[in-house]
Design a binder for this molecule. Structure first.
Ligand code: AMP
Length: 300
């Protein structure tokens, strides 16, 4: 497994590998898995999907420009040795682990901004967050030129925003959305779960439990409306004293548009997402459930 820190070095290494393959009449496919490290089974699931490619590139970079001034950039969990051991075990070919000065040798004056899709949900609570995400992912795409890039539906809005960016800018990469990986008790895996104390962790189970209850309700009662779903989720979460709701939304996916509160979910033609962001102490957790009518329809 190669470990590379410099963008230029990764570009040259991949160019070399593609050239060698072409000499033998083969075309090399490259799969990219972008992460911020402190890896867990959710990240491992993306790496396993990426192994369908000839070369798997895992990037580990805590991207400062996607954090707001009062967010957790400084305390974001990091453990490079553990990450490298997991990457090795999962047969990653190249780990791209740049320092901030490698990715941003000078303050960036170029930013990519996707309009509309970034104004709701996490985009509303974290101004500028998605500009940081789209900008760093575009940089990673230019550095790696991946054929496929793997993203978790844990960050469903990120998938919607990046799909729009790829379509709008004719980026030659296929995004592969991957299902949310959960603990056996339902809790969605997240690097930020380490911040939670025992009581917060226990109460935070309400996120996945209420989403599951909502899903079952929609399966059983075809007449369930968006408003009823929102009410159920809100009540369940508010019943937990340590929970502080940032948002509970029921929107279309991937357009992230509001649906009329009286719309029965079963009558709506496309996919619908129930998305939550809830704080437990200073830790903000997100989770979601997709109500799918068809295969995930993204602009790719
Ligand atoms: P992060 O390191 O948190 O920026 O996440 C890197 C990638 O892993 C993103 O595409 C996430 O959506 C994905 N990811 C994080 N947690 C999970 C999870 N529990 N299940 C599936 N994918 C995940």
């Amino acid at each position: 497994m190669m470990i590379i820190k410099e963008p230029k070095e990764l570009q040259q290494e991949l160019k070399r590998r593609r050239f060698e393959a072409a000499k033998q009449g083969r075309e090399l496919t490259v799969g990219l898995v972008p992460t911020m490290g402190y890896l867990h089974e959710g990240h491992a699931s993306l790496i396993r999907k990426a192994r369908a490619n000839d070369v798997v590139v895992l990037s580990i970079f805590v991207n400062p420009i996607q954090f707001g001034p009062n967010e957790d950039l400084d305390r974001y969990p990091r453990d490079a040795a553990r990450d490298l051991a997991l990457a090795e075990k999962e047969c990653v070919d190249i780990v791209f682990m740049p320092e901030v000065q490698h990715m941003y040798p000078q303050p960036t004056k170029t930013k990519i901004q996707v309009e509309g899709l970034t104004s709701s949900l996490c985009g509303a609570s974290r101004p500028g967050h998605f500009d940081g995400v789209t900008t760093v992912v575009a940089k990673l795409f230019h550095i790696t030129k991946p054929d496929f890039a793997y993203f978790g539906m844990k960050d469903a809005q990120q998938v919607a925003v990046l799909s729009q960016m790829v379509a709008d800018l004719n980026m030659d990469v296929q995004l592969v959305p991957c299902p949310i990986v959960r603990e056996s008790d339902g809790m969605a895996l997240s690097s930020r779960n380490v911040y939670l104390n025992e009581e917060q962790r226990s109460q935070a189970l309400v996120l996945s439990a209420s989403l599951k209850e909502a899903y079952e309700l929609v399966q059983e009662q075809k007449s369930t409306t968006a408003a009823e779903l929102k009410k159920l989720l809100t009540e369940r979460i508010e019943a937990k004293p340590l929970a502080e709701i940032d948002y509970v939304e029921v929107l279309t996916f991937p357009e992230l548009e509001p649906i009329s509160e009286q719309t029965r979910l079963s009558d709506y033609e496309g996919d619908i997402i129930a998305a939550l962001a809830v704080k437990f102490g200073s830790t903000r957790l997100i989770d979601n459930m997709l109500f799918q009518k068809k295969d995930v329809a993204l602009h790719v």
